[in-house]
Design a binder for this molecule. Structure first.
Ligand SMILES: Cc1cc2nc3c(=O)[nH]c(=O)nc-3n(C[C@H](O)[C@H](O)[C@H](O)COP(=O)(O)OP(=O)(O)OC[C@H]3O[C@@H](n4cnc5c(N)ncnc54)[C@H](O)[C@@H]3O)c2cc1C
Length: 386
């Protein structure tokens, strides 16, 4: 399998690299660029989003007709890796989760009317979106069939009751994709809906504190108490909620891998810079065989992860769900990121444990791979269910 990029993708990738090097990595060093949750603050984000758009680096995953760059998934893999060498990259280019996965799935499954109303404003960067599936125990988590939030039909409306949690970005989004239970059918019991933040009948119970840096709008617990959704805001057919989730997660899980490879590479760059200048016992650290082996091991894991990611991307481009390939990539890349950032922290000595480099930020972010393990299992469940 040949993963050579065509010349236009490669030149886009290099333009992204330059933007990240010239604009975003210097920005990361400025304390005034951050919000209270260790993310880029909204004012700075608006300014840099405008620069990204002007540079033709906006919404890589969306069709050109919609204002995006129309990339294939393999092309996205190469470009997303470049973009996430900076922690600010994905959100500046409008390729950050959950908007990224939500835009991709809406482009695939929504009707034209739904796309105009619900998708285009996200692509334009006018609103943000959330995906509302996970519930506190004993509800749906790794196993979506345990869903307890219900959608009950009354004429041409659906009435939603239940509780969800870990809903990324909920505090700042306008557009929600909600998965709810519409019957007891084990395969066709879930349905997907769209609703707007201004609709009554739901509330944010709390923003859940987490150990790592947060996406804008946090990770929230939500309560639904009679939210009414018109049937025209149902996505796909009644009973297609699990199918929509599979369609969304197929690509969305792989885009996590693409982005994580960028963070892993950045970690290695920071390690390389340190061992390339720091001496011990009269010898450059980079010339110590033990150090070279640590770097080589981490680099090898990144390379394996990249190959698995590209292979899964190629299968998705061919129209396959690529469940096995995406799952393998997700497990290996999550481990590769953890290995790379841990190696970089160790090789930077005390500096690695400080907040003077982005390594500790990346390390806490990488701990999320626990939830990726859960998602890997959910894939196993999906493959039984479909
Ligand atoms: C940072 C973050 C952001 C998130 N954003 C969103 C979001 O925007 N929207 C949303 O809907 N959800 C979101 N989630 C939730 C995420 O999708 C769930 O955490 C995930 O699906 C796992 O569900 P759970 O947490 O209930 O784990 P559980 O299902 O309780 O699993 C607990 C552990 O058991 C393991 N396990 C489960 N089943 C098996 C099995 N059959 N065999 C062996 N081990 C098993 C899991 O791997 C996990 O390690 C987010 C989570 C995090 C951490």
């Amino acid at each position: 399998m040949d993963f050579k990029l065509d010349s236009s993708t490669d030149s886009l990738r290099l333009r992204i690299r330059k933007f990240v090097d010239d604009e975003l990595i210097p920005l990361e060093a400025r304390p005034d660029a951050y919000d209270a949750h260790e993310n880029i603050n909204e004012d700075t984000l608006t300014k840099y989003r405008a620069k990204a758009r002007e540079a033709g680096l906006w919404a890589l995953q969306m069709p050109v007709a919609r204002g995006g760059q129309g990339l294939s998934i393999t092309a996205m893999a190469a470009c997303y890796e470049e973009m996430n060498r900076s922690r600010f990259g994905p959100v500046v280019f409008n390729s950050a989760p959950p908007d990224d996965g939500n835009m991709i799935v809406l482009e695939k499954v929504a009707t034209e009317e739904q796309k105009t109303r619900w998708l285009q404003p996200i692509v334009n960067g006018e609103v943000r979106s959330a995906f509302v599936m996970t519930e506190p125990a004993p509800g749906a988590g790794s196993d979506p069939s345990m869903m307890q939030t219900t959608a009950r039909r009354e004429g041409d409306r659906w009435i939603i009751n239940g509780r969800k949690w870990f809903i990324t970005a909920a505090e700042v989004v306008s557009h929600f994709i909600l998965i709810a239970k519409t019957s007891d059918d084990p395969r066709k019991g879930l349905t997907a809906f769209l609703f707007h933040a201004d609709q009554p009948g739901w509330r944010i119970v709390r923003r859940i504190p987490i150990m790592g840096p947060e996406e804008h709008g946090g990770h929230c617990e939500l309560e639904f108490d009679g939210l009414e959704i018109p049937d025209e805001n149902r996505l796909m057919q009644v009973g297609d909620g699990l199918k929509l989730t599979q369609i969304r997660l197929g690509t969305a899980r792989l885009t996590h891998c693409m982005r994580w490879l960028g963070l892993a590479r950045r970690s290695m760059e920071i390690a390389r810079d340190h061992v390339g200048t720091r001496r011990s016992g009269g010898v450059l650290l980079a010339d110590r065989e033990g150090v070279q082996m640590m770097l080589g091991e981490a680099a090898m894991q990144i390379e394996i992860g990249r190959l698995l990611t590209m292979r899964a991307a190629a299968r998705l481009d061919q129209g396959d769900f690529a469940r096995k390939e995406v799952s393998m990539a997700k497990v290996v890349v999550a481990e590769a990121l953890h290995k790379a950032v841990d190696t970089a922290i160790q090789l930077n000595g005390a500096r690695g444990y400080s907040k003077d480099t982005p390594l500790e930020w990346i390390y806490r972010y990488a701990a999320r791979r626990g939830s990726s393990m859960a998602l890997r299992r959910s894939t196993r469940w999906f493959s039984h269910a479909s």
